[in-house]
Write a protein that binds this ligand. Structure first.
Ligand code: ATP
Length: 137
């Protein structure tokens, strides 16, 4: 079995979508192996999104991701990374498939409701960034 890492981003938490998003995740067959409500500091967000530091939206992304509480979680399922990215849909909700989490709950391309890891390697790095060993079950 395989894992991915997700965050329910500040927009979706503020809009009251935690329950609905977790329900979609459960219905899609993911097991929650770690989860917490937390808030990223500006430094946390800078570190987490370091790979995007040269992108024009980096500052906006760091400000947004540290602007309010998020839900961080580790999800387990066969083919977790790819299947979760299918479940969340395209980065821009305007381009996301009907029924995907971003289509249903995102505000915009920047405030797009959820994060999903893009590789098995990054899933592990991101899970360890947010959780200690004894918080992952
Ligand atoms: P994530 O890594 O959050 O799962 P992704 O892989 O779909 O998203 P990336 O291209 O890696 O998308 O961008 C990372 C995040 O940066 C996006 O989820 C979004 O919040 C933000 N972002 C991407 N493109 C833009 C943009 N054009 N304007 C503002 N923010 C953006």
């Amino acid at each position: 079995n395989n894992i991915t890492f997700t965050m329910i981003k500040p927009d979706a938490v503020a809009d009251g979508h935690i329950g609905a998003i977790l329900n979609k995740i459960s219905e899609a067959g993911f097991r929650i192996s770690a989860m917490k409500l937390t808030q990223l500091t500006v430094d946390d967000a800078k570190k987490f999104y370091e790979i995007h530091s040269e992108r024009p939206f980096y500052g906006e992304l760091v400000t947004f991701m540290s602007s309010g509480p998020i839900v961080a979680a580790v999800l387990e399922k066969e083919n977790a990374v790819a299947d979760f990215r299918t479940l969340i849909g395209a980065t821009n909700p305007a381009e996301a498939e009907e029924g995907t989490i971003r289509k249903m709950f995102a505000r915009s391309v920047g405030e797009n409701a959820v994060h999903g890891s893009d590789s098995d390697e990054n899933a592990l790095i991101e899970a360890r960034f947010h959780f200690s060993g004894r918080e992952i079950f």
